[in-house]
Design a protein around this ligand. Structure first.
Ligand code: HC0
Length: 574
């Protein structure tokens, strides 16, 4: 360890630490706008400047290493004046339409302007370049009038997801972030994961908002509006209402959706169980009949699009199963509509997802099992939070409620879909019992749990060695698939989720500021919520979900049946 002094107090920190890290150990948060640990350590925004005794200029704490005996001052008048000037300069070219900005209240720039009392925000106003909004992608908007050039989005796209469809264009004052060659984002091979939105400190990036369309549909007496919510939403939504990261708000979520006026409030967990039935069946079929292996999961639309763009010769490995979101819609508009005598054309299926790529998925080909779109509107966890706020629902005061039946019934296997490794674990619980014909003694497959980017395990099932792998985040997916392609690894079954950590860390979840992202295991805490729900669920295997059993008995027949194929399976493009 190295000992330094920060504001006159001794602080000991591991050698190799930066001033920013050492200050954190002393519970002093130095402000940052661009810094993201490991992926964007560029010292560009200059908000983190501090004084170091003996240094000729202010230094950037986020990249400046500590050394023995160093004396650092984080709040001198010189430091404060410099940070104020940085903020004033950022504001001089910033669209200060803050009142209605989607990030108002959790904008990192706004917070700093308040803390540093920037009440002269027009001080350096002068020339400005107005930018058109980029609305070309299915899922999001880029508003460069609110961009502060921190490059966090660029880093998330390039370093985490390994995609790199955005970057800095032009030079100097004309610099702007966007896609190359003046293309709209929708024209690139962006996969709609939304990880760029998750890290944006301001209102420059946001999902396309469909909240008004939902309010209109609910108010229309001709429409029957039902809603499904993804597993990970219950582990993230609370953050938008001030709950600590990792709070389970499942009961309040159901209550809020009922208060919003949906005709029925259902759960994607139901169709996650259905996905397991179909996918486990597909897996066994491929294993027993010499089908293409490894089978790779297909429920994450960002991953599916990535596969189509970047590993087109592996689309045959993708499971033909639709995602649970889509399976839900197909069943709602066939089985449920028929059962309830509701014309499917009157039915509006809304889904609440932690994901921005789900907005893209609903418009894919062959996602209309009942002859009408499976899902009509997909919104993010954040959009749902906005709806709850706009409707004046006091979320924190709500008493817990339950989902409606039968499409609101899900097992413990379903809810863990929202964490990386969860789909694999759920599939194994079913596939192993089907293969051996015996009940599993232990349901937890601990090897595929946890937040590591790539996990491997192998299980002896009925005398056969089943090798599995799990990857989350597309950079990790690329690494894993490259090994498979080069013959360096062989698996039977692979789970891939587009976002690092899986859906709990999806691009549509409530945003956390940089300093929280850098210091808290957000995805681990949210995943914990799901594993707890699983642990406490009396039913923990998809094939034991009574609503699913009834669906097969009365409507679909067997997993993989002709009807199941018509409704629940899809196709891919190369
Ligand atoms: Fe997921 Fe899903 S688990 S992708 O991560 O499979 O978005 O939460 O809803 O569809 O169930 C997201 C989350 C889902 C789907 C499910 C899957």
């Amino acid at each position: 360890n190295i000992t330094i002094k920060i504001n006159g107090t001794e602080v000991s920190a591991p050698s190799g630490s930066t001033i920013l890290e050492a200050a954190r150990l002393a519970n002093i948060e130095i402000p940052t706008l661009c810094f993201l640990k490991d992926i964007n350590e560029i010292g560009a925004c200059r908000m983190c400047v501090v004084e170091v005794k003996g240094a000729r200029t202010l230094v950037t704490a986020c990249v400046y290493p500590i050394n023995e005996g160093m004396e650092v001052f984080t709040n001198t008048p010189k430091v404060i004046e410099s940070r104020r000037k940085t903020l004033q300069l950022l504001l001089s070219i910033h669209d200060r339409k803050c009142l209605s900005c989607v990030r108002s209240g959790n904008c990192e720039l706004q917070k700093l302007c308040k803390e540093y009392k920037i009440d002269d925000e027009a001080k350096y106003d002068g020339e400005r370049i107005p930018y058109d909004l980029d609305v070309s992608a299915a899922h999001m908007v880029r508003d460069n009038n609110k961009c502060i050039l921190c490059r966090r989005c660029v880093a998330a796209c390039e370093k985490v997801q390994n995609i790199g469809v955005i970057g800095a264009n032009e030079r100097g004052f004309s610099t702007f972030i966007g896609s190359p060659f003046g293309m709209g984002l929708g024209e690139t091979s962006c996969v709609s994961c939304g990880q760029c939105i998750a890290v944006c400190p301001t209102g420059a990036l946001y999902e396309k908002d469909y909240t008004s369309e939902i309010f209109e549909a609910i108010a229309d007496p001709e429409k029957y509006v039902i809603v499904q919510t993804a597993p990970a939403v219950r582990a993230g939504l609370g953050e938008a209402f001030g709950y600590p990261i990792g709070t389970d708000v499942e009961g309040k979520l159901a209550a809020a959706l009922k208060k919003l006026g949906f005709d029925k409030v259902f759960d994607t967990n139901f169709s996650a169980d259905l996905t397991i039935m179909e996918e486990a069946n597909e897996f066994l079929d491929r294993v027993q009949n010499g089908g293409v292996l490894p089978l790779i999961t297909s429920c994450s639309p960002g991953w599916v699009k990535y596969c189509e763009h970047y590993f087109p010769d592996m689309t045959e490995n993708l499971s033909s199963c639709k995602s649970p979101q889509q399976m839900f819609g197909a069943i709602a508009k066939s089985y449920y509509a028929e059962k309830m005598g509701i014309p499917k054309e009157k039915m509006v299926v809304v889904s609440v997802m932690p994901c921005t790529a789900k907005k893209f998925e609903i418009g894919r080909d062959h996602e209309d099992g009942a002859g009408v779109p499976d899902v009509d509107i997909a919104i993010t966890t954040r959009e749902l939070a906005r709806m709850i706020e706009r409707a004046g629902i006091r979320f924190t005061e709500l008493a817990d409620e339950e989902f409606d039946m039968p499409l609101g019934l899900g097992t413990g296997a379903a809810v863990i879909f929202g964490a990386t490794g969860g789909v694999m674990e759920a599939a194994l619980r079913t596939a192993v019992e089907k293969l051996t014909g015996e009940e599993l003694e232990k349901l937890d497959f601990a090897d595929v749990r946890g937040i590591e980017g790539i996990k491997e395990a192998s299980y002896n099932v009925a005398g056969m060695e089943v090798k599995v792998a799990v990857a989350s985040g597309l950079g990790n997916a690329k690494e894993l698939l490259t090994k498979v392609k080069n013959g360096e690894a062989d698996y039977h079954f692979i789970e891939i989720m587009g976002c690092p950590g899986g859906c709990v860390n999806g691009g549509g979840q409530p945003q956390q500021p940089g300093y929280i992202r850098n210091t808290v295991d957000i995805r681990g805490k949210r995943a914990e919520v799901l594993y707890n729900i699983d642990k406490n669920n009396p039913i923990r295997k998809s094939h034991e979900n009574p609503a699913i059993i009834e669906l097969y008995e009365t409507y679909l027949g067997e997993p993989g049946s002709h009807k199941a194929h018509e409704l629940l399976h899809t196709t891919y493009v190369k």
